[in-house]
Design a binder for this molecule. Sequence first.
Ligand SMILES: Nc1nc2c(ncn2[C@@H]2O[C@H](COP(=O)(O)OP(=O)(O)O)[C@@H](O)[C@H]2O)c(=O)[nH]1
Ligand SMILES: [Mg+2]
Length: 394
Amino acid sequence: MSASPDSKTGYNSISRFPDVTGDSSEDEIVIAVMGSTGTGKSSLIQLITCDESIDIGESLESETFEVKDFWFVDHTGRKVRLVDTPGFDDSRPGFTDTDILKGIVNFLLKEYDEKRKLNGLIYLQRISDPRFGGQSARNLRMFRELCGTDSYRNVVVLTTFWDEVNETKGATREAQLKSKFFKTLVDGGARLMRHDRTIESARAVLKHVHTLVPTNVGIVNEIRVEGKKLEDTAAGSVRREEVDRIIAKHKEEVAELQAQMSAAQKSNLQAIQGLQDERAEMQKQLARFEREAGELKKGLDDEKQSRERMQVEAAKEKENYAVWREKQEREWTSRFDSQTKAYDKSVQELKAQHEERTKEAERVQAAEWRANKAELLLEIERNRDHDSGPCIIM
Ligand SMILES: Nc1nc2c(ncn2[C@@H]2O[C@H](COP(=O)(O)OP(=O)(O)O)[C@@H](O)[C@H]2O)c(=O)[nH]1
Ligand SMILES: [Mg+2]
């Protein structure tokens, strides 16, 4: 059995490789793997990541009851995160579909809050199933409502268990899935692909997902952008309707048993015991669904708090930015002032140096002139002495 999920979020994060790209790298590829229990979700993730710690269910009883992500670095050096999700069904004692819905929604909201979109959503479907039963229909409906029509083009409907059908039967079922049960998704841009448990078919899916434009799924937009409560989202209301319907049906059945018991009271005690057991079982189930209805409502309070927390955080971030900007402006102004002062000072110094040098040059030149003048005067004096000397006539 897997490690228990984070008690608050129902979501675990498991990494196999060192984080080479940083936590919220834009290059990161995020792919959610969904579908009913036992369709091969965990097996597919294990095949791709080679992670032996992944729990593979040996029976249809689900091994996966929390959302977990596993990641690896693909051949192009990109970090790929594959998110294993539980299917919507009642095979886990103590876990309701609302718990599953909350786990998945918490994961999706966390991705959105950390500014990551989903590159792809792989929805697994066993091709070997002879009929598309109520459980499969329920699962598919929840999946579609979680996605929202805008994200259909990011969906890959991946058929598994091809080894359990012959090609003709498989192809016939595939055509039926495409034209009937998955028609809405395919018409909206989803791709139908096959997985035969080989790494090649798994890689083909990844290759296709790499070409898709990342998306924010519908339920995230409903909660974060439109401000809806979980209960009022498309997926939440599907679950609420279902829970309400089941509660109403159970109540009817309990009332009917009560009536039968009163009638049987007169006939025999054994029959009464049987009916009493049946009523006890019925009431146990009723309590389970009533608890689920309460849980669905409780989820809303959590969300309200988280939405309010996000609003407070956004306001705080805005305020921090204003403070940071003001501080930055102050720093720039003071830096500019001191630079201007330093510049003025060096201009003054240069000016003084220039004046000093000019004066020095003038001093040198004046001294030279004085020396020249003295020499000239001396020369003149000498010439005068010569001209006025004794004149010898031959
Ligand atoms: N025959 C067959 N068995 C498969 C295939 N994929 C998975 N399984 C088996 O089906 C069971 C459930 O698989 P798992 O990956 O746990 O399904 P999950 O509940 O969707 O995660 C396991 O015993 C797997 O070994 C497949 O393509 N063919
Ligand atoms: Mg699983």
